[in-house]
Design a binder for this molecule. Structure first.
Ligand SMILES: [Zn+2]
Length: 316
């Protein structure tokens, strides 16, 4: 959205105002054009029915990042947002933020910041970030996904993020992995999200997902591996990057089972060597992903030769 009165760049590094909007927290940061995070601010997402109250929290996080930019004599060139879906054009209706239904996020952000604003769903944002300077850096064909409160993903094929008709390509959470399995929020049965998300695991086990026994951790990995195998067979993908609190928290139990299932299910000449690896950007992945959304809109997103931002402060 071209905004009137867009400020001119005033020197300093090239910066994107990155905003990650989730159901529990809103993060904001300045991220440069090689993925380095300059400062990071976080506020809680209000549990409110009032869309303006949620927006005020987002605005507060954004203002802090803009203060940081002024302090170093710079102005961001673009604003990139990662937000829970679904979304249609520039209106968001995140499942995890009930107060926002068809909320005009892009317009409001442009009004507040005077910046060009680019928006995408948080899973696709994470995929863009991982391909930019994370575990898929330099890869032209990969799937990146999150296994957390929800299960989502983004697919890069031939070096291009797939958007699809409505921008929702990559919804791996609704690939069916258990025939006649648990009822999913989407209405189908046995979707990956209905079997492997944190809330699904809690419902299956009767305890928080983080407390799940090794057998459940392995089952979750197995189901993710099964879905990844279908995607690898379908799209000729050599790499799947998996992040999110459930996957990363379950660690070796999860990834070992996922690899084993992938080997069993992806057996074509081009898919037999497909790999599953943990996300490389760790806790920075959502905010770096939001920045990648912004730089992508500017045509400035290229695989970075720099290490992930977590390591970028290391001294020589
Ligand atoms: Zn579903």
């Amino acid at each position: 959205v071209p905004a009137p009165g867009r400020p001119e760049r005033s020197g300093g590094p090239h910066l994107c105002l990155a905003v990650d909007i989730g159901g529990t927290k809103v993060g904001s940061a300045l991220v440069d054009d090689v993925g380095r995070v300059v400062g990071y601010h976080q506020v809680s997402t209000p549990a409110s029915d009032d869309p303006e109250e949620v927006w005020d929290a987002v605005g507060a996080a954004v203002d802090r990042a803009l203060d940081d930019a002024r302090a170093i004599g710079s102005t961001p060139e673009v604003c990139g947002i990662g937000c829970g879906g679904p979304m249609a054009s520039e209106l968001v209706s995140p499942l995890n933020i009930p107060a926002w239904r068809e909320f005009p996020l892009v317009q409001r952000m442009a009004e507040r910041t005077g910046l060009r604003v680019a928006l995408d769903n948080d899973a696709k944002a994470l995929a863009l970030g991982e391909g930019w300077c994370g575990a898929a850096a330099g890869e032209r064909h990969f799937l990146a996904m999150v296994v957390s409160t929800g299960v989502g993903g983004g697919i890069v094929l031939d070096g291009t993020m797939l958007d699809g008709r409505s921008g929702n390509a990559g919804h791996i959470g609704h690939v069916i992995v258990v025939p006649d399995g648990r009822r999913c929020a989407c209405g189908a049965r046995g979707c990956l999200e209905a079997e492997a998300s944190g809330p699904a695991i809690a419902a299956i086990t009767g305890q928080p997902a983080a407390a799940a026994a090794p057998s459940i951790r392995r089952r979750t990995g197995r189901l993710v591996g099964r879905a990844v195998a279908s995607v690898a067979n379908l799209l000729d993908l050599p790499l799947a990057v998996v992040g999110g609190s459930v996957a990363l928290g379950y660690g070796d139990d999860f990834f070992g089972a996922a690899r084993s299932e992938l080997q069993s299910c992806a057996r074509l000449s081009f898919s037999a060597d497909t790999r599953i690896v943990p996300a490389g950007l760790g806790s920075s992945a959502p905010i770096v992903g939001a920045a990648a959304v912004g730089w992508r809109a500017m045509g400035a997103l290229r695989p970075s030769a720099h290490p992930p931002p977590d390591d970028s402060t290391a001294t020589e």
